[in-house]
Ligand binder design. Structure first.
Ligand SMILES: [Zn+2]
Length: 277
């Protein structure tokens, strides 16, 4: 980890483009018992029907199957709430306390575990949305509302009641609400998913640490490219090869660490602590 200590030292001597950003994905929450959306157990099965996430997680599927999609999302929300933040979430919160000025998290996760693990809400950019809020599926306004918190789906095949459906009506137009998450057939934007803000952060990042993501969606890859383009380092923490490994091949300021996120973040924290950053 000597190299990491050197990179960090160099970064703290810089006056600009010295942000330290953690880009996190599903792998980080796996230790909290949350299956990745793309893994086999992440695909929802209703009755005998199997869905591919790319088919199920779309606005067009929602339009035709609102009951199934809401059931799935409410079940998943319950699963997130029962899960506890793991050591990596907590270590990131400790790192933030050491370097609040430089620190940001950009996450693909919608589980809210960074915030529950102690990270400040304004330091966490949720580029795929979140499960705390909903919005009008008809887009009658730009309003984002908190989830109606008294709807509970405990089993994956539990149907919603009429009362539940009433709670899922848009307060403004009476149409149906939808989860405030990015579906596969939708595009990133600044208002809901902070695409411009995160690209700006990536540009000003001296060290981008990529954890638990395989780079299967476009914005994370653009963020990595952006950091490299403006002279920052990209550190990929991953136990196996993936799209990011390919992207980082032959790049001068790219390093791969074949270790768990807990082990890496522990080392990272120790270096900050020992050097009193
Ligand atoms: Zn509405």
């Amino acid at each position: 980890m000597e190299e990491l200590a050197t990179i960090l030292k160099e970064n703290f001597q810089k006056e600009k483009r010295n942000k330290i950003t953690f880009l996190t994905g599903a792998g980080l929450s796996a230790a909290s018992g949350i299956p990745t959306y793309r893994s086999t157990d992440g695909i929802w099965v209703k009755g005998t029907k199997f869905h591919k996430p790319e088919e199920f997680g779309t606005f067009s599927y929602f339009k035709g199957h609102q009951d199934e999609v809401w059931q799935f999302n409410l079940f998943r929300k319950g699963m997130f709430e029962k899960a506890a933040p793991n050591d990596s979430h907590k270590l990131l919160a400790k790192i933030e306390q050491k370097i609040p000025e430089e620190f940001s998290i950009i996450t693909q996760n919608i589980d809210g575990l960074h915030q529950r693990g102690g990270s400040s809400g304004n330091k966490v950019y949720e580029i795929h949305g979140n499960m705390r809020t909903v919005r009008c599926a008809l887009e009658c306004s730009k309003a984002v509302y908190l989830y109606p918190n008294d709807i509970k789906i405990d089993h994956i095949d539990q149907e919603l009641t009429d009362t539940d459906w009433k709670k899922l009506a848009c307060p403004k137009c009476g149409g149906l609400l939808r989860p405030n998450i990015l579906w596969f057939d939708e595009y990133y934007n600044e208002r809901l998913y902070k695409v411009d803000s995160t690209l700006r952060i990536a540009k000003n990042t001296g060290i981008l640490v990529v954890i638990g993501t395989s780079g299967s969606t476009s914005l994370p890859l653009s963020l990595i490219q952006q950091t490299l383009k403006y002279g920052g380092y990209v550190l990929d923490i991953n136990l196996e090869d993936n799209n990011i490994t390919k992207l980082l091949q032959d790049k001068k300021r790219a390093l791969t660490y074949r270790m768990t996120s807990d082990a890496f973040l522990n080392e990272f924290y120790s270096i900050l602590d020992e050097n009193k950053y």
